[in-house]
Write a protein that binds this ligand. Sequence first.
Ligand code: ZN
Length: 105
Amino acid sequence: MATVEDREAILRTRLRELEHRLLGIEAELDSHSSKDWEELAVEREEDEVLEGMGQSGRAEIDRIRAALGRVADGSYGFCVRCGEPISDERLDILPATPFCRNCAV
Ligand SMILES: [Zn+2]
């Protein structure tokens, strides 16, 4: 069975990956200061896709940081809504979740 330390290591690894990916996305967006009109149109579409990825990535980073905060204050693994323990099976799949299965919408 995974310990809180195991979960924390998983969360930190995931956080590093996401931060790395976001830096790449921002660099790619910055590099699009461009050329002729046709290329601009293509790049604008790409930018929308990249920005969408950036937004979902940032939302996940926020969830992981909040989970790491709960590791630090000892409340990790308990539902923030009802206070019941979150099952290991659920944390295996969603290590950053703040809710037990009953409270997750
Ligand atoms: Zn709950």
